[in-house]
Design a protein around this ligand. Structure first.
Ligand code: 6GU
Length: 223
């Protein structure tokens, strides 16, 4: 999978991609991530990428020209399966969307900033509009990092233990059950006996029961 991320502040995103699983996926050659600074595509000497909104009002709007140039350059080099625009008025990301998008080969992720992008960008180039929840961030960058993390960990081979992503919360529509590790008794706080019993079918049954219980308690809307 190749991900091209377009932003006015690409440095805002570098560290999440340079650590842990997202780093490992890139080091293993399973995913490549490329940042593009919109200012490099500005048409004028001031490297301007935003301007006042027509009709007036607060905030600035990202101009179409630099975005058009950047996307055109990328599309000239390869075909893209999706051009995703990160925006609080997009479809709210969930595990089902992450699963589907993780199967794509080349994607562009465009980060909004300020008041967003000129509507013509959305009309002409964008295939998917994604939000990460009902609250407002200063820009799409952190949301793009969240989206990419959710996709990258699903790319085959990225997680060492192939079953690991399958047992994540949400993957079967339920929250994940509680987990414990050593010691079995910490200052009198004991691990449930079933987990140390060595009885795998009983452990599995317990995990299913606990996943259901936890989902009922914390997220009944998922059931
Ligand atoms: Cl994708 N962008 C911004 N600016 N705010 C958000 C968001 C995206 N998702 C939730 N809030």
């Amino acid at each position: 999978m190749r991900i091209d991320i377009i932003s006015v502040v690409p440095d805002l995103m570098r560290s999440p991609f340079a650590e842990s699983i997202m780093k490992r996926a890139q080091d293993a050659g399973l995913v490549s991530v490329h940042f593009h600074n919109l200012r490099d595509y500005s048409a004028n000497n001031y490297k301007q990428v935003d301007d006042y909104p027509y009709g007036g009002g607060a905030g600035m709007v990202l101009m179409i020209e630099p975005i058009d140039k950047c996307i055109a350059q990328l599309k000239a080099a390869r075909d893209y399966d999706a051009v995703i625009y990160m925006t609080p008025d997009g479809n709210v990301l969930d595990q089902g969307m992450a699963n589907k998008l993780s199967l794509l080969t080349n994607i562009i992720v465009l980060c909004g900033h300020y008041k967003g992008v000129d509507q013509r960008v959305r009309d002409l180039y964008v295939t998917h509009e994604i939000s990460i929840g009902d609250y407002v961030l200063s820009g799409g960058e952190l949301a793009a990092a969240v989206l990419c993390d959710s996709l990258i960990r699903l790319v085959p081979g990225v997680l060492g233990n192939e079953t690991s992503a399958l047992t994540d919360s949400f993957q079967d529509g339920l929250l994940a059950p509680p987990v414990y590790t050593r010691p079995a008794d910490y200052k009198g706080n004991k691990v449930p006996d079933v987990l140390t019993s060595g009885n795998t079918p009983k452990v599995e049954a317990w995990r299913e029961k606990e996943a259901l219980k936890r989902t009922k308690e914390k997220r009944p809307d998922l059931l």
